[in-house]
Design a protein around this ligand. Structure first.
Ligand code: ADP
Ligand code: ZN
Ligand code: ZN
Length: 722
């Protein structure tokens, strides 16, 4: 595989041979060059274009223009547009003689010149200067300033033009705390922004991460860091200090799990780095906007790029650091084709990466514990205690409404009286399931093996799998009864019950049904932040990094079914979810959380209420080691579906046989069996699981076998749901 212009991608040439064994390459082509992209994640070998779509808007071509530049020292033609060049008298001659080259490049607008008068001066004592490690350009500037005292920025740049000193050198010195640039000096003092001192725990972490980053050589080992600490422990503050340092040497990508979290992050970054160009990249932007950001990133015009997983595929020039905030989030994992796992991709990148989470991915946690990553732990919240958690045993508890216990109601009342807000977590969207009160018939989807959910907004039954909508039956199709009850709990039902219990209060809802764009989420969160909403109920959408001081109480309703979902990851996933939801409470003063459960002695509930992440993880790791489950081995999930139940079964049996012949490649095969939700969208689903430490060979084998049996296949590696 030929690799060109690697400086422009994340990948460094010298590292590639080492990772070939685990990886396949994906090439993508832009009009000038071929860059190579390494798909370490799964080694599935995606065709060109698949990942390309992720990294580049489809209609990018129209954003390129032809440019001309001299190709020879004999003539002096600066870069100019081909259209302008053509008008010159000697244009044709130059082109034919090969004195100029014509190439395509991004059309970028010139940055606006800075109009402000800026001054720069040294702000550290002169006797500290000899101890500083400076690049040669930085020393030139420091020497210049020692002679001049305070200098006008424009004059300095002019005087030092022959030394190729650019403004960025001043910014580097500023970020190192050696010089101040004056209009910013005033800004600092006015807003008092930068007055903050890291705690001892925090500065220790920053220091040990910084040892890994220096501009010239990046050490290849232990470049990965896990920052593990409860929500509000100051992980972000740690990132900010490391970013400040990395910016001296190059650029930074800052990944967040959700588009809606980009703004919160950018606001914080802008405050800390007012001079650094910060870009955002995500799939809700227009093509033109994405191309603009992409081009800037490639050309090195951005200091920091913020975005969800798609931002990761932008080839930032001179990338020196990646932050993966909330690294456990499934947003970093693409569960449908093309499969990838940003978290895993980054494991093989030869630059420092900081993974941060209060509830890490179990594998990341293990890598950190085993010393493969550097493990940094923040033990407590900054200035605030973690919330107090109360477990409500619903078998004994009185209910105020079908889903809200007496205790939870009292807690909500009390937090509202304190002028704070309450967040109520509910497992599913919609209202409830509809059940015949006489014979117990539950309205099921015609196409799928699941019960339908009543949505009171639409007055209809909806299938959350295939989207089928049906009117609510007026008579039971089984016994003819006309009496129906509701069973189970959804966000709409909880919202209605809250309105009953707290008339006149402002109550909102966050679920995929009503929040279908990032803007809508932003609006609800703003209302919550400003106190316009007093109670909000929602699905797990409410857990994602939400940082709102006003939330004094978190209520958790109906979580038992999540723990018992037939899936080996279900308890861990529920645990993480609980810890995250609980963590939304009391970010300014101590908050409270209430968990309603019918199984109060379940370890998930116990550990989550103690917010003992380490304890639960150790228990889970021991269990999984026993069973050879991830992260101790891989699990390849193979599923085949067909409208004919018979064909589906025969096919899975045949493939199972082929795979089981490949002895030595697997530890154990579980199945084949029906999928727990057997029928979806009128197709029957069969599956089996391969536990293996040779997953890429198993996947390759499956890809061969698949060609013999065309149809609907799903092959997944360690999917979040197993
Ligand atoms: P996390 O990212 O772990 O959730 P944050 O970095 O957001 O935590 O910190 C939580 C709150 O505490 C924020 O308001 C942050 O500004 C504040 N904070 C954390 N560390 C410090 C510090 N050293 N000095 C001042 N404020 C801090
Ligand atoms: Zn009935
Ligand atoms: Zn359905």
């Amino acid at each position: 595989e030929e690799i060109i212009d690697l400086e422009r991608t994340h990948v460094v040439a010298s590292k590639i041979p080492k990772i070939t064994e685990r990886c396949d390459y994906i090439s993508f082509i832009d009009n000038q060059r071929t860059a190579t992209f390494v798909n370490c994640a799964l080694g599935l070998g995606y065709p060109i274009g698949r990942l390309f779509d992720l990294s580049f808007p489809p209609s990018f071509d129209k954003y390129f223009s032809l440019f001309v530049e001299s190709n020879s020292p004999l003539i002096n033609i600066p870069k100019m547009r081909y259209d302008d060049f053509k008008k010159m008298s000697k244009a044709k001659e130059y082109i034919e003689s090969g004195l100029v080259r014509i190439y395509r490049d991004f059309e970028s607008k010139k940055p606006r010149p800075r109009s402000k008068e800026e001054y720069v001066r040294i702000i550290i004592p002169p006797d500290e200067l000899p101890r500083l490690r400076l690049t040669s350009k930085q020393s030139i500037v420091v020497n210049y300033l020692l002679l001049k005292g305070t200098a006008k920025v424009d004059e300095l740049l002019n005087d030092l033009e022959d030394e190729n000193v650019e403004r960025s050198v001043l910014v580097q010195l500023k970020n190192k705390g050696i010089v101040k640039i004056n209009d910013e000096l005033i800004a600092d003092e006015e807003s008092g922004q930068l007055v903050r001192k890291l705690t001892e725990e925090q500065s220790k972490i920053v220091k040990s991460i910084l040892e890994e980053i220096d501009g010239i050589s990046v050490r290849s080992e232990s470049l990965k860091h896990m920052v593990f600490g409860p929500t509000g422990s100051g992980k972000t503050e740690v990132y900010l200090d490391v970013i400040r340092h990395a910016l001296n040497f190059g650029s930074v990508i800052y990944l967040v799990p959700e588009i809606s979290l980009t703004e919160q992050t950018i606001a914080r970054l802008r405050k800390h780095f007012p001079d650094v160009p910060i870009g955002v990249y995500h799939s809700y932007q227009t093509d033109a906007k994405r191309v603009e950001i992409w081009a800037k990133a490639v050309k090195g015009e951005l200091g920091i790029l913020v975005g969800p997983r798609s931002a990761f595929f932008v080839p930032m020039r001179n990338l020196k650091l990646v932050i993966v905030d909330e690294e456990h989030d499934e947003g970093y994992y693409n569960n449908s084709e093309p499969f990838y796992d940003v978290r895993k991709l980054l494991q093989y990148f030869p630059i420092p990466v900081i993974f941060g989470s209060a509830t890490p991915h179990l594998e990341t946690y293990k890598l950190a514990k085993d010393g493969i990553y550097q493990f940094h732990v923040l033990t407590k919240r900054f200035n605030v205690e973690l919330p107090e958690v109360e477990i409500i045993d619903m078998r004994k508890e009185k209910k105020s409404t079908p889903s809200i216990s007496k205790t939870l109601r009292e807690e909500i009342e009390s937090v509202l009286n304190d002028g704070m807000s309450a967040l109520i977590f509910t497992r599913r969207k919609g209202f409830s399931r509809v059940q015949c009160a006489v014979c117990g018939y539950i309205a099921k989807c015609d196409n799928c093996d699941v019960s339908m959910t009543y949505h009171s907004d639409a007055g209809k039954l909806k299938c959350h799998l295939c989207g089928l909508e049906k009117p609510v039956p007026s008579v039971c199709p089984v016994c003819g009864s006309q009496i129906f009850t509701d069973k189970g709990t959804g966000t709409e039902k909880v919202e209605r019950e809250l309105r009953e219990l707290f008339p006149g209060k402002n109550i909102g809802r966050i679920d995929a049904e009503i929040i279908d764009t990032p803007e809508k989420l932003k609006k609800v969160l703003e209302d919550l932040r400003e106190g316009k909403l007093e109670i909000v109920t929602g699905t797990k959408m409410i857990t994602k990094g939400l940082d709102i001081y006003r939330i004094g109480l978190v209520g958790i309703i109906d979580v038992d079914a999540l723990i018992f979902y037939p899936d080996i990851n279900a308890p861990l996933r529920t645990f993480q979810l609980l810890v995250q939801v609980i963590g939304r409470a009391g970010r300014k003063q101590k908050g409270k959380a209430v968990i309603q459960t019918y199984d109060p002695s379940n370890p998930v509930i116990i550990y989550a209420s103690a917010q003992d992440v380490t304890g639960y993880y150790e228990r889970e790791l021991a269990l999984r080691k026993e069973l050879s489950y991830p992260p101790f081995a891989d699990v390849v999930h193979v599923m085949y579906s067909n409208q004919s139940e018979e064909i589906a079964r025969e096919t899975i049996d045949a493939v199972y046989k082929d795979i089981s012949n490949a002895e030595g490649l697997y530890i154990e095969i579980l199945g084949p069996s029906e999928h727990p939700i057997f029928k979806v969208a009128n197709k029957y689903r069969y599956q089996f699981f391969v536990k293996t430490v040779h997953s890429s060979r198993i996947v390759r084998l499956l890809n061969e076998i698949k060609t013999k049996y065309p149809g609907d296949w799903i092959v997944r590696l360690n999917p979040p749901e197993i």
